[in-house]
Design a protein. Sequence first.
Lengths: 298, 196
Amino acid sequence: MNMLYALTAAAPSVALPIIIITVLSLALGIAIVIIAKMFALPVDQRFDDVRAILPGANCGACGYSGCDGYAHALADNQEPNAGKCPVGGPDVAQDLASYLGMEPPSFTIEVAQVMCQGTVEHTKKRFEYSGTLTCTAAHGLFSGPNSCTYGCIGFGDCAVACPYGAISVENGIAYVDRDRCTACGICVKTCPKSLIYIIPKRLNTYAVKCRNKWPGAQTRKNCSIGCIGCKKCYNVCEFGAITMDGPLAVIDQTKCTQCGKCLVVCPTHAIAKGLMSYEEIHGLPTKAQEQVQAKTAG
Amino acid sequence: MKEMLIILFSAILVDNFVLSKFLGICPFLGVSTNLKSAMGMSLAVISVIEIATALTWPIFYFLLEPNNLSYMQTVIFILVIAALVQIIETILKKSIPSLYRALGVYLPLITTNCAVLGVTVLNITKSYNFLQSMVNSLGAGVGFMLAMFLFAGVRSKVDHADVPKALKGLPITLISASLVSLSFFGFKGLIEKLFA
């Protein structure tokens, strides 16, 4: 108060505006508080709790705008499935289900996979590309520089898009790190070739790691590890899990029993097992490693 | 009475705040996408303008002017309007949640809406008395509503029109807004003749 007196005495022209503003602000503030108390809304505790259980990655893999959207839907009982968050995995699904009193969801762990094995050893270059180094740009120019126009371009648009740093580009194609991938599906939308698929994360998952729709001869010419549509796997599969999409074999993961017969018959090793490449499965050194060995030996 | 009518109708038609003075363009473009939220927004603006005028006019003439503090008018008015919007938002959230959600971000935007501040300031500069100020504010609010409604109608037509790709979205919206605004120039001089 002493200060105010001093101020009033020293500069009366400043003191009055200060007092007016202070009093007015106080009065308005008190009015706001009173109104807020009168019209207080009951806060939904469930939303906050559900939001806390979710991992907060906001990737949108659940199909909602983000973790908030999914939490709202769950808390308002509009969403009966607690297992929609691939980032949180089965633990989060379990927590959500027990918190919300739902049936424990059946949760299959999934992982993104690039359906192409056409590394630089297996494919050729049709031309030197010197434009912007993104897959989308390269795809726009004669479908990219690689001999296989269906295959991975390898400029790593998906690696840039991945919020978990799970994708890296090696030997000209993108690889998904199985341990880091959360199957959020952002890379699936990013890939201009639509090469990335979300498949069950099992060590013995079989997948045709090729998406080209050329006739076999043309595939042979352009890639030594592509699916040539020979139908050997189609004929050997006893469970009807393999269908032919034109000259391309596709494995239905829901029907596949992981018997492994298709892997044996595939002449081009286009089918991969356990999310590993052909060399990894058979314990062989990869061609890149061979080259390094040859160089050091020579 | 005649004077009040002149003030009211010139605020609605001749000096339309959105289309002639170009104030409050942000909600005008943002909320005019459908008639329902345009209606809600206009009602919110009308009530905020009216209450703001009822508060700022006495504050100016009983608090600021006697103390030679007219220069503080902008600061004080913004303070009052911001607090008012906050209060209205709280009330709407509880009483009419659907309207609250439809208005979304535009309700807090009334806080910095130049139309609201503009009306309260213009009331002072035109040295209206209290009743005249209230009528002028009502006219401004109804004018805002009229502009919103007209433009919501225009927009629903534009949505179905075959617009060149380069003009899709905001550009064609701004062009149609300017055309609607042009039409309001036709009202110039109308009111004086009408009540003469």
